[in-house]
Design a protein around this ligand. Structure first.
Ligand code: F6P
Length: 410
């Protein structure tokens, strides 16, 4: 298939260690088909400002695409911008489509999570209404793994690998003194506990850490948590709790907020920039149990640790970028390539297309059947699901002892 076209690609939402692998997959496949690849800076916000770059200038060859693959964060810049409702603000859409026409864009590809799929759904709906020939295709990514329509999302496997590795390493460090102590590791994931759950893989290190896992899907009372940790401390010196940043009490309040605290939200209505769950729980457990406690917030380290990316994740991220370009070339619009798991041993996937409107704004949460009855751990089915996604190591290029990244976009 050859395609004489111009593809405009953007990145949106929180970055991942694999989001640039998807971008590399888009650029490589577009070029292989004979199409030009352009980038919008800071997602749709950049498009609104006509801030676009010809990637032939900034990513001219295979070597730069290879470096892009091992570079963390969103190369093109990102945004958390919600497009207005088309009926309420048609002028915004008219402006966007004028820019696309002036820039001779044939397809818009948007690498992002459920909020970004909202953008693709709205743009493809307006395009259909306006009779525009431009195709709009989403490319999935999020460390939160909370997208509907796909078995898992690029970015999750690498973050899961970092979280499980860090919990194993931190658990060893916390075990050195002959003193009872509790370590709380705070993991990202505002509404879904996939990433906190992935910490269960640390148990293969032999110390049994994490001892407890707290997920947003399974509210737990602070009293129940204190008693569970007390019971564990009667049997072992060091207890590790992996707590999702979105861990909640049974009344729905976030552990990182006072019980009566109103939850701050962003433009998409998500709890905004959560943090503090680990600190709060470490303080609570220290006060109630009289033992040494420590909190570690993995924060953005877990989504930018490209040096510990999962090879499986990066390969799937790049493949999905390619599938998205081919879908656009075939005339598809309003779709998102998705991963279908064909088997676990051996691990095998195929790629299909999901309707983006079924993905937009929806949140796929950890099923109740994969959470232990007391809400403080995941089951072996969960571990079987996540295990293949962290497999394979990358061999980043190091210079003078440090990983080399692609030149920042000027
Ligand atoms: O995109 C997902 C995510 O990484 C969440 O897990 C986290 O809560 C949020 O983004 C943080 O967003 P920001 O970087 O905008 O603070």
């Amino acid at each position: 298939m050859s395609w004489n076209a111009r593809v405009l690609v953007g990145q949106s939402g929180g970055p991942t260690a694999a989001i640039n692998a998807s971008l590399a997959g888009v650029v490589q496949t577009a070029r292989a088909l004979g199409a030009e690849a352009w980038g919008m800076r800071h997602g749709v916000q950049g498009l609104l400002a006509d801030d676009v770059v010809d990637l032939a200038r900034t990513l001219p060859d295979a070597a730069s695409l290879e470096l892009l693959r091992q570079t963390p964060a969103s190369y093109l810049g990102s945004c958390r911008y919600k497009l207005p409702d088309a009926d309420a603000d048609p002028a915004t859409y008219e402006r966007l489509f004028r820019t696309l026409e002036a820039r001779r864009v044939d397809a818009v590809l948007y690498i992002g999570g459920n909020d970004s799929m909202d953008t693709i759904a709205k743009l493809s709906a307006w395009g259909a209404r306006a009779g525009s020939p431009v195709r709009f295709v989403g490319v999935p990514k999020t460390i939160d793994n909370d997208l509907e329509g796909t078995d898992h999302t690029p970015g999750f496997g690498s973050a899961a690998k970092f979280v499980a590795t860090s919990v194993a390493e931190l658990g060893r460090d916390a075990s050195v003194y002959d003193l009872p102590n509790v370590l709380v590791v705070e993991v990202m994931g505002r509404g879904a506990g996939w990433l906190a759950g992935a910490s269960c893989l640390a148990r293969q290190d032999g110390l049994g850490h994490p001892d407890l896992i707290l997920l947003p899907e399974a509210p737990v009372s602070e009293d129940a948590l204190v008693e569970a940790v007390r019971g564990l401390l009667a049997r072992k010196r060091c207890v590790v709790v992996a707590a999702s940043e979105g861990a909640r009490r049974p009344d729905g309040s976030l552990m990182c907020e006072p019980p009566t605290g109103a939850v701050r939200t962003d433009a998409f209505g998500h709890a905004a920039a959560l943090s503090g769950t680990g600190r709060h729980l470490a303080q609570l457990l220290g006060e109630r149990l009289g033992v040494k406690t420590r909190a570690v917030e993995l924060s953005t380290l877990q989504r930018c640790a490209s040096h510990l990316a999962s090879a499986c994740d990066l390969a799937e991220a790049a493949a999905l970028g390619g599938v998205a370009v081919r879908a656009a070339a075939a005339g598809e619009t309003g779709v998102m390539p998705a991963i279908r798991r064909e088997g676990n041993s051996p691990y095998l996937v195929s790629y299909g297309l999901a309707d983006v409107s079924a993905v937009a704004n929806a949140e796929r949460r950890v099923p109740a059947a994969w959470i232990r009855e007391d809400g403080m751990d995941v089951t072996s089915d969960f571990a079987d699901y996540v295990r293949p996604l962290v497999t394979g190591e990358v061999a980043p290029l190091f210079v003078d002892g440090l990983p080399l990244h692609v030149e920042p976009l000027a």
